[in-house]
Design a protein around this ligand. Structure first.
Ligand code: NA7
Length: 541
């Protein structure tokens, strides 16, 4: 525990990505003292770290942006339909400068522990730089996909070439020209980077364990007329976004996929394929994500497209996803991914057929062959949603560790707070739409909700807030029930923690949709923070 001469803040925010920056802006507006700690040497969070070639957003730029200030919307010009990582990072840096946010942010500093002092109703926060401060409120803005998953691959340390990870790509790049490059992992990060790595490398070997469903992004320069229209009617567009289930504008079908003629259905899927919107096929019929037969029609359409693009039928088959429903792992958007495998210097290694044995000094050894490499790229994913929280030592009332509280899987009321952890807020925590929505939309809603909550607590003399354990359990059950009514739990995805050995299998994000979730959060407030316990003035249990 820090001694009492340590700095004391009203609020400490963990992370300076899209969530942390807007939270800082709102907290300042309340006149509270605040410090933000950010592990990166710059702001941006996900968009600071993931600098791999081809890193780009798969939500349209005009929708993947803050809505809180109409002037910001008007002055920022997006150059592409789907912004690249450098452009999004420039946008985030612009926001940090425009609102003079940097003076309250400590960069290059990771929060290591957040430990509750029950007597004093405050949190002791310590960092890897040895800083120790007190905070009345701690707000995590640590992201959902920011804790890289341990790759669980033997021999990595022995590799004599250059080992690099997509989630921590060096800012000054990696020289791939003329090199023999290997990529392990074919999720979104692998799928986005593989075509660009192939352009530079002398040879590229892709080590694939599970094929993903990937759709073409049809990215292009943003049509100035479209941008002008959005700027002229931004409020209208934003209002429409808030009505969309995923917080992304997409036409939603009203019929079952099994009700329509197969030709009509294929034509609809083809339209979606051409639209470049990953949410289009799942939304095209009412039952794509709930009925296996309906889902199979979409899955088979995508498989057919892969067979059309990839010339070698064996490679096409190896790239073809089977065994889990379409859309139940995060759908990828790509630019030329499948076509990359038509190139002479690109090899696909199917790890289901010939499993990876180990990384060796020379390259990658499978059960069949050793592949010599100069550069090995890990695109092996993240310990999603809970990983960024649990890698901190968070201890709530009576010293209870969050890790222990969540040993059987995360439970949280609305993804905002955890019982037994008063005055700790989690932006896009488990049980909120977070990663199954346009995350900027979800971030802004959480930040606004938390800011209004802080105002309420102050105005009503409330010392601390935390969920009622029953309300939290009921919400966790609801999150589970909504997911169980879909096909999502059938896939071994990071949504359920299946990519991390030993992680409890719990469907973490809330699938009920952005509008329903927003309504629930508003109703809770209207009912006087229903489901929360307001401690006034003392917090002792
Ligand atoms: P993902 O989607 O979790 O993909 C990780 C990939 O790495 C996936 O293909 C994994 O195969 C593969 N992987 C992981 N560990 C191994 C080992 N040990 N051996 C072989 N292959 C492995 O992460 P991304 O970074 O691509 O994308 C995450 C999200 O960021 C994405 O969904 C978007 O929302 C943005 P597996 O499927 O486990 O067989």
């Amino acid at each position: 525990m820090p001694t009492d001469d340590r700095p004391e803040y009203d609020v400490v925010i963990v992370g300076a990505g899209l969530a942390g920056l807007y939270m800082l802006h709102r907290v300042r507006g309340l006149g509270l003292s605040v410090r933000v700690y950010e592990a990166g040497d710059g702001v941006g969070g996900t968009w600071y770290w993931n600098r791999y070639p081809g890193a780009r957003c798969d939500v349209p730029s005009l929708e993947y942006s803050y809505s809180f200030d109409p002037q910001l919307e008007q002055e920022w010009e997006w150059s592409e339909r789907y912004a690249t990582q450098p452009e999004i990072l420039r946008y985030i840096e612009h926001v940090a400068d425009r609102y003079d946010l940097r003076r309250d942010i400590t960069l290059g500093t990771r929060v290591e522990s957040v430990i509750r002092d029950d007597e004093a109703n405050r949190w002791a926060v310590t960092t890897d730089a040895g800083e120790e401060v007190w905070a009345t409120f701690v707000i995590t803005a640590a992201g959902c996909l920011s804790a890289p998953k341990p790759p669980e691959i033997g021999g990595l340390d022995s590799f004599a070439g250059t080992l690099v990870s997509t989630s921590a790509w060096p800012a000054d790049g990696v020289d791939l020209a003329g090199k023999r490059v290997g990529v392990i992992g074919t999720g979104s990060s692998g799928i986005q980077s593989i075509p660009l790595i192939a352009e530079q490398a002398a040879s590229l070997t892709v080590f694939q364990r599970t094929p993903n469903y990937s759709l073409p992004a049809h990215n292009a320069p943003l049509d100035p007329a479209v941008q002008r229209d959005w700027k002229a009617r931004y409020r209208e567009h934003r209002a429409a976004v808030l009505q969309a289930r995923t917080g992304i504008l997409v036409e939603r079908g009203t019929r079952s996929a099994l009700e329509v003629d197969p030709d009509e259905r294929s034509a609809r899927y083809a339209q979606c394929w051409d639209s470049g919107l990953f949410a289009c096929i799942p939304a095209s019929y009412t039952d794509i994500i709930t009925d296996l037969d309906a889902n199979e029609t979409a899955a088979e359409f995508v498989r057919g497209r892969i067979r059309e693009i990839v010339r070698d039928p064996d490679v096409a088959e190896a790239l073809t996803p089977r065994g889990y429903p379409f859309g139940t792992k995060r759908i990828c958007l790509d630019t030329g991914y499948y076509d990359t495998f038509n190139q002479e210097h690109v090899t696909l290694v199917d790890l289901r057929r010939t499993p990876l044995v180990a990384v060796t000094p020379e390259g990658v050894q499978t059960t069949e062959e050793e592949f010599g490499l100069d550069v090995l790229v890990l695109a092996t994913g993240f310990d999603a949603v809970t990983g960024p929280l649990l890698r901190m030592d968070i201890r709530g009332r009576d010293g209870v560790h969050l890790r222990d509280a969540w040993a059987g899987g995360p439970h949280s009321y609305l993804g905002l707070q955890v019982a037994g952890f008063p005055n700790l807020f989690t932006i896009t925590g488990p049980g909120s739409p977070s990663v199954v929505s346009n995350v900027v939309v979800s971030i802004e809603q959480h930040v606004d909700w938390i800011a209004e909550c802080l105002r309420y607590l102050r105005e009503h003399g409330v010392a601390a807030i935390e969920p009622d354990a029953d309300a939290e359990a009921a919400w966790a059950q609801h999150v589970h029930d909504v997911a169980a009514a879909t096909l999502y739990p059938q896939a071994p995805s990071w949504f359920v923690g299946a990519n991390v050995p030993g992680k409890p299998r719990v469907f973490m994000p809330y699938l009920g949709g952005v509008p329903a979730y927003r309504q629930k959060c508003a109703e809770v407030v209207e009912a006087g923070y229903e489901g929360f316990v307001l401690h006034r003035p003392a917090v002792h249990a």
